[in-house]
Write a protein of this length. Structure first.
Length: 340
């Protein structure tokens, strides 16, 4: 399992690619699969851990991500002949060196950072037989062939459903939630406007990824009352927070490939009001786990309809679709096809 090294696996706070890599690795290991995880050396796993960098480069300013990702990939591919297959979660860089991989190479495409990286994918596929898995149908490129689409799964045990109401001291049942990195793509400022016009409090959680945007468009509205910012929230607190609010707002400005916080919220029984972009129509089931909208006005109207959604039904439906066990089984089926 060739994991990313931006953060520890599993991440302490933020790190969606590391989270999925961890859930898949641990799920396979529990099924008796012999897995070696290539990740940061402070990673926590029941698999065999190997790597070269002590911590994630986003967690240590002394680590140059460009340099250590290359060393990390080189170290893993040098051992590739020892394995039945190599599952890459590290984007395009391992594909540039696909000729040096001595086992079948399958890559989960966690999202394209832009069209300029596609040559690495195309070349690896056409010249070296690299195989790809999409995380949503909406994120597939017409220039590539895919083995399958496998929607992410999450740890259900860490995302409990609270039928008796809020279970977090900072959140009331009428409050709206916003989870994820604070960045223009995520529409943090739009969420603030939606909450204001709906007459609801907004509780925000996530890392600040764009400091200038945060300073100019978000921070002036944080008053600790109507708009509350709790910072980055770790896995121990995440489920309780997500299960306590009225809805999760997800007014994205980009075609998001998946959206883990959306799934986590629905599993906790909290419906989602999301902009109809990217994978959201695949992930959100209209009227069952949330509402899809296109404008602030539509989002405000959807908040007025939240009472129509049965929270227990929302949770049950999402748990059937997005469990880590289902994801692991999907990948095992893919591995068997490759090896056979």
């Amino acid at each position: 399992m060739l994991g990313p090294i931006a953060w520890r696996t599993p991440p302490l706070h933020y790190g969606p690619w590391e989270l999925i890599t961890s859930l898949l690795t641990e799920g396979l290991t529990r099924r008796g699969v012999d897995v070696t995880l290539f990740a940061t050396l402070d990673s926590v796993t029941e698999a065999t851990l190997d790597g070269v960098t002590p911590t994630g480069y986003e967690e240590n300013d002394a680590i140059d991500g460009r340099v250590w990702e290359a060393i990390h990939v080189s170290h893993a591919l040098a051992r590739s002949g020892e394995f039945d297959l190599v599952h890459n979660h590290l984007d395009w860089l391992p594909l540039a060196f696909a000729a040096h991989c001595r086992a079948p190479l399958v890559t989960t495409v966690h999202g394209f950072s832009g069209p300029n990286i596609l040559p690495a994918y195309r070349r690896a596929q056409t010249e070296h037989g690299a195989r790809f898995v999409a995380i949503s149908d909406s994120d597939r490129s017409a220039d590539l062939e895919y083995l399958a689409t496998v929607h992410h799964g999450v740890d259900l045990a860490g995302l409990p459903f609270h039928p008796d109401g809020p279970n977090h001291p900072e959140v009331n049942r009428d409050d709206l939630l916003l989870f994820g990195r604070i960045h223009p793509d995520k529409g943090t400022d739009i969420a603030i406007e939606i909450a204001r016009r709906a007459g609801r409090r907004l509780i925000m959680c996530g890392i600040v990824q764009d400091r200038d945007y945060f300073t100019a468009r978000v921070e002036p509205d944080i008053d600790g009352d109507r708009v509350v910012y709790l910072g980055s929230v770790g896995p121990d607190e995440r489920g309780t927070l997500l299960g306590s609010g009225a809805a999760l707002l997800h007014p994205i400005r980009f075609a998001e490939p998946f959206g883990l916080s959306v799934v986590e919220s629905m599993i906790c029984g909290t419906p989602v009001v999301a902009y109809r972009k990217g994978s959201m129509p695949e992930v959100v089931d209209e009227g069952v786990t949330g509402f899809l909208v296109e404008t602030v006005d539509e989002a405000v109207a959807a908040i007025d309809r939240l009472g129509r959604i049965d929270r227990a039904g929302c949770s049950a439906h999402a748990r059937k679709r997005f469990s880590a066990d289902r994801m692991v089984e999907d990948y095992l089926s893919i591995y068997r096809k490759i090896i056979s």
